[in-house]
Design a protein around this ligand. Structure first.
Ligand SMILES: Cc1cc2nc3c(=O)[nH]c(=O)nc-3n(C[C@H](O)[C@H](O)[C@H](O)COP(=O)(O)OP(=O)(O)OC[C@H]3O[C@@H](n4cnc5c(N)ncnc54)[C@H](O)[C@@H]3O)c2cc1C
Length: 166
């Protein structure tokens, strides 16, 4: 999502992933069905958050459940609402969520670079250099979207946290 929304007509955006494909964690989410969002009113979401509700306030109101469903509809994903307002792909396949994201990345023109683990990020002047298996030159900005460490076999093994700490 970060790569998709970073791309505009005037920039180049690269999405690097150490895995051989994108969205491996999404694939196992919702027991393989991916519970995308909930159809409740956005203010009701806060009743489900245990601690520090305010932290999520701007995120949830700047990009709502309706926005995410509109986004997926635009990229061909049909959805359905189940018990408790839970929204799933109509097909019950999380892989269709990944396909829609892949389509959005391709339509926007994001360059997807797979099998490329980022080992470190170096600041060269005011630009960033990625340390990985190939030289991709210098970048103006780097977004870390390296995930949490749960289910490391999906690709998030904590490297991103280490790099940020350094
Ligand atoms: C079992 C399970 C079920 C879930 N069910 C749901 C659900 O139904 N609905 C829901 O909304 N959420 C669900 N979640 C949570 C959801 O999957 C995560 O919140 C979401 O995937 C987080 O996305 P992310 O992009 O932040 O991180 P991730 O999905 O972890 O993606 C991070 C990516 O970064 C890559 N990466 C990491 N480090 C590097 C590096 N150094 N170099 C290159 N690439 C790197 C990884 O390979 C990975 O592809 C579930 C999670 C689990 C584990």
């Amino acid at each position: 999502m970060s790569a998709i929304f970073s791309k505009n007509e005037n920039n180049d955006v690269f999405l690097f992933d150490g895995n051989e494909k994108i969205g491996k964690k999404i694939y196992i989410s919702g027991k393989g069905r991916c519970n995308i969002t909930n159809s409740k009113e956005i203010y009701e979401f806060f009743d489900e958050i245990n601690r520090n509700k305010n932290f999520l306030y701007s995120s949830l109101y700047s990009y709502t459940n309706e926005d995410i469903l509109k986004f997926f509809d635009e990229y061909g994903l049909k959805t359905k609402v189940e018990r408790g307002g839970r929204v799933f792909p109509l097909s019950d396949k999380s892989s269709d969520v990944i396909k829609a994201l892949e389509k959005a990345l391709n339509v926007k023109g994001v360059k997807i670079i797979l099998n490329t683990e980022i080992e470190d990020v170096k600041l060269i002047g005011d630009k960033f250099q990625l340390v990985c298996n190939k030289d991709y030159g210098l970048f103006d900005k780097v977004v870390f979207a390296t995930g949490g460490k749960s289910y490391p076999f999906t690709g998030s093994r904590g490297k991103g946290h280490e790099i940020l700490k350094n």
